[in-house]
Design a protein around this ligand. Structure first.
Ligand code: PEP
Ligand code: MG
Length: 582
């Protein structure tokens, strides 16, 4: 092979295929002066390109409507209306009449519009900036005769490896899963939402490659190894053979692990550990149920919003929740209310903020928009009539938020009652412990909630002040940092004292070594990616709680995450010998 790019493993699996480079960035435009006699032709060229861009949007809209639905497709209507805007077109023509090349003229006008919209007092108009950028990229690409990189522009079965800087919601809705075999991004980490999405879609992915879009031309073939975090460029037939063999081995190992689906997750000293699954898309529910998970420990509901132009109706939400609840029979299904914001944004739906992770997101946004939240709560109470639904609130920092949410839940029940709808009223309400505030003061929640679930992805981010999506900081994102372990221990202890259920649903629980530490810290319920259920079950069945406690104690007493990891490995290697596999 020519070379290997090393990134962060984000979603397991191996794919071999042509690189499809998606550079969704505003291209560079040179200043070009045109003579007077070229003005007419240049204006005509502008109009031809605008027509082609509109035709292109029409095709994309049609395809997105067929694959993702009418509401998602509506995003492209906004972009088309920008291309039809007379004020905008006249301004560009005016600059061309002053002897500017069409691409420079267009760039200048778009710059002015972007400035104007981004400063607008009305949030809905500020949000148009994303659409303006998409339109600008589209038109400049055509004016400059650059290769067109639309992700939808791939034939089905192309088996392509999509290489892009980051996967934004407007790109995500266009992804054709029948054409794309794997995803590679410059940005992102294991816990950023591109990675979570790729795992849900079952697409192998490597993130955090930093320079992939700069180094590649789009004419290469590549092997993407999602387990090792490698993108191997222009492999030789021999390399491909080796990777095919590895892929076969991985499939065999997975088949072997599947045998564990039916056995119990019990430690060697007889303690039962409840293993549940994290579900990001309703379609995943059946796979999760087959993995041997005893219910769902975290159903994320953002899929209903991210990449869409409008919020989903009560009925649509009800159907999505019910589908997952029914896949699990009477087993518990913990559904988290909308955790929108941060890096999980609907298209054009909410104002951009300087610090999104510290901003108006999750429970904050839901409580400030009781109508929007009410729709979700009503859908949840209706779905609860079909099984054991539990409701979980994200990003809480104070018990006031829980109390207010409970008022809104009661209000939702009253509305359903007056409507004569079928629903369940006594649904357990719990909180995610994913901010240092909630962890340190978890006792203040104890009387108001039915359970705690620790979201280590955010807990690590906020405790260590390390952006979970920043590839440059990936090595600093260390769940085994003693501060994090102490917060988890404290939360588990408080839950036990107050007779509350306590689970961990962040990525940490999916990694066998860390799962052992969590058990040692007093956690008895883990919610993990469906594919990790058998992997975690295997380690649970090979250790005793006594060993896990000793290992966790050693890890908490270590001064650094690296020392904690070394301690965990040392103690487990001693206890497990050759059975050690993580
Ligand atoms: C977490 O923060 O750990 C978590 C499980 O939620 P999300 O990854 O969706 O933020
Ligand atoms: Mg979180």
């Amino acid at each position: 092979m020519d070379r290997k790019l090393v990134g962060i493993p984000a979603s397991a699996g191996i794919a071999v295929g042509p690189v499809h480079l998606l550079r969704w960035e505003i291209p560079e435009v040179r200043h070009r002066i045109i003579p007077d006699d070229a003005i007419r032709g240049e204006i005509q060229r502008l109009h031809d390109v605008l027509d082609r861009a509109k035709e292109r949007l029409r095709q994309i809209r049609e395809r997105v409507e067929a694959t993702a639905g009418a509401q998602e497709a509506a995003i492209f209507d906004v972009q088309r209306s920008i291309l039809d805007d007379n004020e905008l077109i006249s301004a560009v023509e005016e600059l061309i009449r002053q002897n500017l090349g069409a691409e420079k003229a267009f760039e200048i006008v778009m710059f002015e519009w972007t400035q104007r919209f981004s400063r607008h007092s009305h949030p809905m108009l500020r949000e148009r900036v994303g659409d303006l950028k998409d339109v600008e990229i589209r038109v400049l690409t055509l004016l400059l005769n650059l290769p067109d990189h639309d992700p939808v522009d791939l034939p089905k079965g192309a088996n392509a490896i999509l290489v892009t800087h980051d996967l934004t919601p407007s790109l995500t809705v266009q992804l054709d899963r029948e054409a794309i075999a794997a995803i590679a991004t410059d940005a992102g980490t294991r816990t950023s939402h591109v990675a979570i999405l790729a795992r849900s879609l079952g697409l192998p992915a490597v993130v955090g490659l930093r320079v992939a879009t700069q180094e590649l031309t789009g004419r290469e073939t590549a092997i993407l190894d999602g387990s090792m975090g490698i993108l191997a460029i222009n492999p030789t037939p021999q390399d491909i053979q080796t990777y095919r063999e590895r892929a076969r081995q991985e499939e065999l190992a997975e088949a072997e692990l599947k045998q564990l689906a039916a056995v119990e997750a019990v430690t060697t000293d007889g303690v039962s550990i409840t293993l549940r699954a994290n579900v990001d898309l309703p379609e995943e529910a059946d796979l999760a149920a087959r993995s041997g998970a005893e219910g769902v420990g975290l159903m994320r509901t953002e899929f209903l919003v991210v990449g869409r132009a409008t919020m989903p109706s009560e009925d649509e939400q009800y159907r999505a929740y019910k589908r997952v609840v029914e896949a699990f029979g009477g087993r518990p299904v913990v559904i988290r209310t909308f955790d929108i914001g941060g890096d999980k944004l609907p298209v054009g739906g909410f104002p951009s903020e300087p610090n999104p992770f510290l901003g108006w997101r999750a429970i904050r946004m839901c409580l400030d928009q009781p109508e929007l939240f009410g729709v979700q709560l009503r859908a949840l109470l209706r779905a609860a009539a079909h099984g054991d639904v539990r409701i979980m609130l994200p990003l809480v920092v104070t018990v006031d938020e829980v109390r207010r949410a409970r008022e809104l839940l009661d209000e939702a029940a009253r509305v359903l009652q007056s409507r004569g709808a079928q629903f369940r009223r006594d649904v357990p309400l719990g909180v995610m412990i994913e901010t240092p505030a909630a962890a340190v003061a978890c006792d203040t929640f104890a009387k108001d909630v039915a359970f705690f679930s620790i979201g280590t992805n955010d807990l690590v981010q906020y405790t260590l002040a390390v952006d979970r999506g920043n590839a440059n900081l990936a090595s600093r994102f260390t769940p085994l940092h003693p501060a994090v372990l102490k917060l988890i221990r404290r939360t588990a202890f408080t839950a036990k004292q107050n007779n509350l259920d306590i689970a961990v649903c962040g990525e940490m629980a999916s990694q066998p070594l860390m799962a052992v530490a969590l058990i040692g810290l007093g956690v008895r319920q883990l919610s993990v990616a469906p594919r990790s259920v058998p992997l975690v079950k295997r380690i649970v069945r090979s250790i005793s709680v006594a060993v896990a406690e000793e290992a966790a104690q050693a890890a908490v007493s270590a001064a650094t995450a690296a020392e904690a990891e070394a301690e965990l490995r040392r103690l487990l290697a001693g206890a497990l010998g050759d059975n050690l596999q993580f």
